[in-house]
Each structure stands twice: as C-alpha cells, then as structure tokens.
Design a protein around this ligand. Structure first.
Ligand SMILES: *Cc1c(COP(=O)(O)O)cnc(C)c1O
Length: 374
C-alpha cells in the first residue's frame, strides 16, 4: 500500500528522465532534428523543466505557441533557439527581437512587424508558416507571391533572416496528410523562387513524425510524444516506446464506513449497494480532474483499480472502495505510467470524452509539480 507524504494533499510528479528518454528515442526513430514544443506550460509539466529535459535528451530547438511563453523561457535562462508562431493582433515584436525569439509569421503584416523590430545589427529570425489545408493561420497559396516577395526584400535589407518554412497537418487521414505535404512542397518552391533559401522546413508534429516518414523532412516538431503520451487512439505509450512523464496523485483525505443505500456526492448519482467504505480524495475539477468523467474516471488505490463514485466536485471526489482496507493518507493514483500499474491519461480522456493532451494540460495551478528523475 503506497502512502502519500504527510502534508501533501495532491501532486503531479514529473519525471524529467522520461522526457529525456522520449526525446532521445524519437530523435533516433525519426533521424531528424527535434523541435520540442513546450507551449501551455509544457503541456502542464512545467515549461522550463520540460525545455531543459528536452534539450538534455537531444532536442536542438524549442517552440511555444506565443511570444509571452517564449519570453518566460528566456527569463528562466534558456538560451536555445526558440520559435513562437501564434501572435496577438497587431503585436509589436520588439521584446521578442531583443530576446532572440524566432517568429513564425502567417501574414504580410507579421512579416512587416518582424522587419520593424529588426535591424542590420540584429536581424529578426523568421519562419514562414504556410497554410496547407488545416484552415487555421498560415500564409495562403494565393499570398505566397506577395508575402514571400516582401520577406525576401526585408532579408536583402538585412532586417530579417528567413530561416524556416513550416506548416501543420490535420491528421485527418493519410491521404489528407499527403495532400498537405504536396502543398508544402509547392510552398517551398515558391519561397525558393522568391529568392529565399530557408535551411529549416518542418511539417510533422508527433503523429506524422512517428507514422509518416516522408513528412519528417529532417526536422520534426514534437509535443505530446515528448511527454510520453501517444498521439494515436489505438496505440499506447508503451507501443511507441514512450514513457509517460506525469503521474497525478492525491491522498485519501478521509474514509467513512457507510451502510447500503448511501448516496454519494451531488445529485446522488452513486449509491452504495452494500455496506461499504467511501474514500475521499481532495482533488476536483479546479485541479483539472474533468467533471465530465464523474462516475467513470479510474483511480488506483493500493494496487486495486476503482472508478470515481458519483460527481466530481470542485475540490474533491469520492471512491467507493467496498471492503478494501483503505486508510487516510493512502495514495490514490489518477494516471501515470501504465507500465507501473497506473491508469493512463488516455483512460481519463476516454472517461471524459476528450484526448490525453487535454488531460495533462488542464492540471490546475493548485496542484504542485514535483520533479523527479528516474
Ligand atoms: C501544438 C503544436 C505542435 C505539437 O503537436 P503534438 O501533436 O503535441 O506533437 C506542433 N506544431 C504546432 C503548430 C502546434 O500547434
């Protein structure tokens, strides 16, 4: 029976050794340079620690969604090449330029804003984001001429340096992704004919990096897989040689022996069928435990797997453990590495009708992260 340390109600244990392993493994598998995506606080694992672990595992570069996330990494002393691609309307890139952040640009306005923040002494590094079918941001094929021409002009003036061209796949089907990849080839050719020679090109995130060798292009942008989670519904972390880096666990905060017919939590969605023990875990939807998984999310207590009983509340949920000898202070594992008996993040995703990405990313600020290295 595992116990929680005294005084700890809940924690997310982050194994930086797992992140290192995953990056090393994926780098070998893809034979490509790895851009480690550490947006959204490193998918909930902590952006700085994830960045350091990814670099230690052999990632050459880092990426975040937006500039403030990238600036936070620079403030933490992280010096590696760092790309941000999703910008606030009319953002000025002065701070990003001063911090040597590479800008993913999706429009002529963003190219101009990047050039305005650059100088001959300190040209701003730019990567052109092109639309290949996802329907989000990215330079559209009809704009290639104008935007690439403008970028080439600013590059000749020494204000920007175009170091990459990239896009993102929809993972809808292999055919859709192949179509997007061929559009990407057209975009690269258009950049070349505009006089641009960006050394980096990348389109594959975790899904395509693992499953679509022709999309690797010598550089892959990996998020979920570096945290040890599978981007596929039908393949586990272990199937892919990955180790989940986050274990979410709480302490049993109270136990109560109750008779048959006891209602549990709001709305009495669960009632005991016989005399039973109810174990209270002090984590709720404020901590990222999805309320949609009420009555369905798995919890391991003392090597036995149970299911959340009734509604998950803001701060707590209940497990009906029957006659199992559960005590206050016992560890309740929500998810972690199935190789050591924990439920998978994807089990919670299935219970909540979402994906494993959301399960780790939504773990809230009230949950302390504790770093370990296995
Ligand atoms: C989040 C994101 C990634 C990483 O995706 P994973 O599926 O987590 O590997 C890569 N590129 C872009 C543009 C993204 O938004």
């Amino acid at each position: 029976m595992s116990r929680m340390p005294d005084g700890v109600a809940r924690e997310a244990v982050i194994d930086v050794g797992a992140i290192e392993h995953n990056v090393r493994h994926l780098r070998a598998l893809t034979a490509s340079e790895v851009i480690a995506v550490v947006k959204a606080d490193g998918y909930g694992h902590g952006a700085e620690r994830s960045a350091r672990a990814a670099l230690a595992g052999g990632a050459a570069r880092l990426a975040t969604a937006d500039v403030p996330e990238a600036l936070a990494l620079r403030s933490a002393g992280i010096d590696a090449p760092l790309l941000a691609w999703l910008h606030a309307p009319n953002a000025s890139f002065q701070d990003a330029a001063a911090a040597r952040i590479e800008l993913g640009v999706s429009s002529v306005e963003q190219v101009r804003a990047a050039a305005a923040a650059g100088s001959r002494e300190r040209p701003v590094r730019v990567q052109l984001k092109v639309e290949t079918g996802l329907g989000r941001n990215g330079i559209a094929p009809s704009e290639y001429g104008t935007v690439f021409g403008e970028a080439a002009r600013f590059e000749r003036e020494g204000l920007i340096e175009v170091i990459g061209v990239f896009s993102h796949l929809s993972n809808t089907s292999p055919e859709d992704d192949r179509t997007a990849l061929s559009r990407f080839t057209v975009a690269q050719a258009a950049a070349e004919s505009a006089g641009l020679h960006p050394p980096l090109r990348h389109i594959a995130a975790s899904h395509a990096a693992i499953d679509m060798p022709e999309a690797r292009l010598g550089c892959v942008r990996l998020g979920v897989a570096i945290y040890g989670l599978s981007p596929f519904a039908d393949r586990s972390s272990a199937d892919l040689g990955l180790r989940p880096a986050m274990t979410l666990r709480g302490a049993v905060a109270a136990v109560r022996r109750v008779p048959a017919g006891q209602g549990v939590s709001y709305g009495y969605l669960h009632r005991t069928v016989a005399e039973s023990t109810l174990a209270l875990v002090a984590m709720g939807y404020a901590d990222g435990v999805p309320r949609a998984a009420s009555g369905a999310g798995p919890v391991v207590i003392g090597d036995r797997r149970f299911t959340v009983a009734g509604r998950i509340a803001m701060d707590q949920f209940v497990v009906d453990v029957g006659d199992a000898p559960v005590e206050v202070g016992d560890e309740a594992v929500l998810f972690g590495d199935p190789a050591v008996g924990a439920p998978a993040a994807s089990d919670w995703a299935d219970a909540a009708g979402t994906i494993n990405y959301e399960i780790v990313t939504r773990v809230g600020p009230r949950v302390p992260r504790r770093e370990v290295r296995s």
